[in-house]
Write a protein that binds this ligand. Structure first.
Ligand code: ATP
Length: 765
């Protein structure tokens, strides 16, 4: 990779488009043309070329560009020529080796500034940021702070610089600049991340209590919503059930009312009919004294019968007495027992004895024997009785005495009268008996008739009473049904109003699944839920929305905070890594540069001794940790080790740099410059009159080293020094034209004096 071409237009004294082609014709020629010298009289604009290159690679300091403000780089006009509107510089790189890490083999970097202050940066024509250019070039070892563009002042500055400033120069040389850029970027990012984190955390702290309050309210709102939904569901359930059961109840009651009304009407009619019947029957209960008459008649006949029968009994007594009177009277007389009596008695006994024997012969069954035994006993008794009588010597006997005849006739007459009278009385008695029976039969019939009438009367009357009872019960029930119906209607009315008020709907639209409900439980639930709703109270409906937004914001910020923290952690890791890398690479680079410095010093001074020494970094003591420890300070300048230069030309005994002569200082700084360049050869280096202070012998040694280093670095040397020019493969001459603008001529070494040819296509001055 090398700088093939520089195009300058409107930049400082280069008013016209001017091209410095460092490999005209053949790219391979750069090997022979490792050194290009730009020569020309004082003030012709040579250094402006170095400025142009420095500006194009990203220099932002106007001071470093020898101006006061950025627009000072634009050609500002001269007495003979007007100013231009913009300055532009394009660096064309050949990039076969892709040291510039992009795919192109030709890379052009362009920077343009308009007087308006507007800047443009382009890589191969594509607009980019300045940062992109700085980054890309830093990766290939080119940078405004690296040793790509070195002025005499700068090389002196290395010696004049403080230890830490020197370190910065060495860092460039060590190639750790890119890491430092990354580290600085990480530090900047870390700082801004920290700021962002603080901002985010402040916001989080601010939001959190509000969020908590909102969450509580939103939870309450949610709870309220849930309770309200449960309440509504219970209400729908109960009201739907009640409405439909009221409907059912009302239907049932209406039907019952109709039935009862109909039944009452019927009962009323039936009762009326029965009452009429009762009234009719009341008349039939009276018999007009018929029974009494019959009863009296019968009694009279009975009295008469008694009289007749008494008379008949008297007649019977008289007849009996008369007949008694007419009967023979028996008299018992005692006579003495004689033989005749005994024979007569014995004959009777004998006859009985014969009868006994006959009966014995006829015995057939056991009972017969029993009779015969009795008979025998009687015969025995007759014998005993006869013995007693014989013993006593006397017995009793009956004597019949009859009535005298006249008395008999009188008695007969009375007797026949009596019998006739008794017969007449018997007939009369019979007749009365018949009459009594007739009257009694009639009375019984009358009584039967009366009993039946009464029975019927009482039956109907009972029926009337029963019907009355039924009727009154039916009427009671009817009234009850009417009251219940009215009550249901009132409840329906209440329910309609309640549902309209509470649910803002028509109860008739509520549905019911046909399942029965426990009304009390539901009512209790509803009362409880209403209480809960009241306790939760009214909540702004926008709270949930606000909570959602605030929560989202809080979550976003929390994530952001976590992201920022983890970003800080990774940035800190990057910084640490960069520090380690910088330190490692710096240490190894420093060691090499120090050796090379000794080498070039000895070469340039033809002897002598030089040395680079790292001074230790300052440290601070942190008190209050578990163990006191040395911790490098964070500030890069304070932390970094410094670099001391020790230089002693041959034959001298110098311990202090300030003791060196001007030339010696120049040589020392060049030795250091070469050490740096040789350690980490930049692709190109512009040296602006760095060897101006050298005498001829030293100039020779300088140009020898330069030629040696040009093996690896393309040098563009602005110089008045002939030795240097001699080393150059290509020469450009810069002159100041009549109009005050720089003009350029390309020369071979032999043409330095003539300045007649212009191979880069630039205008000849
Ligand atoms: P020396 O050999 O003495 O170091 P030089 O050839 O390096 O001189 P420069 O320093 O490059 O010369 O050029 C300085 C010249 O550029 C001055 O004449 C100055 O007027 C001119 N110049 C610088 N800036 C501008 C500008 N913005 N517009 C016009 N001319 C400018």
């Amino acid at each position: 990779m090398f700088l093939r071409k520089v195009e300058i237009s409107g930049f400082k004294s280069f008013a016209d488009r001017t091209v410095f082609d460092f490999a005209p014709g053949d790219a391979g020629a750069i090997r022979q043309l490792g050194i290009t010298a730009i020569v020309g009289p004082n003030g012709s604009g040579k250094s402006n070329v170095a400025d142009a290159i420095r500006w194009a690679i990203g220099e932002q300091s106007s001071k470093n560009l020898r101006g006061k403000k950025s627009e000072d780089v634009i050609f500002g006009g001269t007495a003979k020529r007007g100013k231009v509107g913009s300055a532009s510089v394009t660096l064309h790189f050949e990039n076969h080796d892709h040291r510039i890490p992009i795919e192109y083999e030709e890379v052009s970097i362009r920077r343009k500034l308009h007087r308006s202050g507007e800047s443009e940066f382009l890589i191969n024509g594509a607009k980019v940021r300045l940062l992109d250019i700085v980054d890309l070039l830093a990766k290939s070892g080119i940078g405004k702070d690296s040793y790509c563009v070195i002025t005499q002042g700068m090389s002196d500055a290395v010696l004049n610089a403080t230890a830490s400033e020197r370190r910065s120069i060495f860092e460039d040389a060590a190639g750790v600049k890119q890491y430092q850029i990354q580290k600085e970027r990480a530090l900047r990012k870390l700082a801004s991340t920290r700021e962002n984190l603080a901002r985010v955390d402040t916001l989080l702290i601010e939001i959190e209590p509000h969020l908590k309050m909102l969450r509580r309210q939103a939870e309450r709102a949610l709870q309220g919503k849930d309770v309200a939904a449960r309440l509504l569901s219970r209400q729908l359930e109960l009201y739907g059930f009640l409405w439909h059961s009221f409907q059912g109840e009302r239907g049932g009651l209406s039907q019952e009312r109709e039935n009862l009304a109909r039944a009452s009407g019927m009962l009323e009619r039936e009762t009326d009919t029965l009452r009429e019947e009762v009234a009719t029957l009341t008349g039939t209960l009276e018999d007009g004294g018929q029974q009494d008459a019959l009863s009296q008649d019968a009694n009279r006949f009975r009295d008469e019968l008694n009289t007749v029968e008494r008379e008949a009994a008297i007649m019977s007594g008289r007849i009996e007495a008369e007949r008694e009177r007419q009967k023979d009277r028996e008299e018992i007389r005692t006579i003495p027992v004689d033989l005749g009596y005994i024979r007569k008695a014995l004959d009777v006994i004998r006859t009985n004895q014969n009868t006994l024997f006959d009966r014995l012969g006829l015995v057939e069954k056991l009972e017969d024997i029993q009779d015969i035994r009795e008979f025998a006993r009687a015969i025995g008794q007759e014998l005993v009785d006869l013995d007693v009588k014989v013993e006593a010597g006397k017995v009793t006997e009956k004597v019949i005495i009859s009535l005298p005849e006249n008395e008999k006739r009188e008695s007969d007459a009375r007797l026949s009268t009596y019998v006739a009278e008794k017969e007449a009385l018997g007939k009369r008695s019979e007749a009365i008996r018949i009459l009594i029976t007739e009257k009694e039969t009639a009375l019984t019939a009358e009584r039967e008739k009366g009993r039946e009438a009464r029975e019927r009367y009482f039956r109907i009357e009972r029926q009337v009473r029963e019907k009355d009872r039924e009727l009154s019960s039916a009427k009671d029930r009817l009234n009850d049904v009417k009251v219940r119906l009215a009550r249901v209607e009132v409840r329906e009315e209440d329910l309609i109003n309640e549902v309209r008020e509470e649910l803002r709907t028509d109860v008739r639209e509520l549905t019911w699944d046909g399942e029965s409900r426990d009304r009390d439980t539901l009512t209790r639930d509803i009362i409880r839920l209403k209480g809960e709703v009241e306790r939760i109270g009214a909540i702004d409906p926008l709270i949930a929305e606000e909570y959602g937004e605030t929560d989202k914001r809080f979550t976003f910020l929390s994530t952001e905070s976590a992201d920022l923290r983890s970003a800080m952690l990774s940035l800190e890791t990057v910084i640490k890594e960069m520090d380690e890398r910088i330190e490692n690479e710096f240490s190894s680079a420093f060691g090499e540069i120090a050796k090379k410095f000794e080498h070039y010093f000895a070469l340039i001074f033809n002897g002598g001794k030089a040395e680079l020494i790292r001074t230790k970094p300052k440290s601070r003591r942190i008190v209050g940790t578990d163990e006191d420890s040395d911790i490098p300070e964070e500030d890069a300048a304070a932390e970094a080790p410094g670099i001391e230069i020790f230089a002693c030309p041959p034959g001298k005994k110098i311990t202090n740099l300030s003791a060196l002569s001007g030339g010696e200082r120049s040589l020392t700084s060049l030795a250091l410059l070469f050490a740096i360049i040789s350690h980490n050869p930049p692709p190109f280096a512009v040296l602006d009159e760095v060897e101006a202070a050298l005498d001829e012998a030293n100039s020779k040694r300088f140009s020898k080293v330069l030629s040696e280093l040009s093996e690896r670095t393309q040098f563009i040397v602005i110089s008045h020094n002939r030795e240097t020019m001699r080393q150059a493969g290509l020469l450009y001459g810069v002159t100041m034209g009549d109009d005050g603008s720089s003009q350029v001529l390309s020369l071979r070494i032999g043409d330095v004096e003539s300045l007649s040819h212009d191979p880069g296509g630039n205008k000849a001055g």
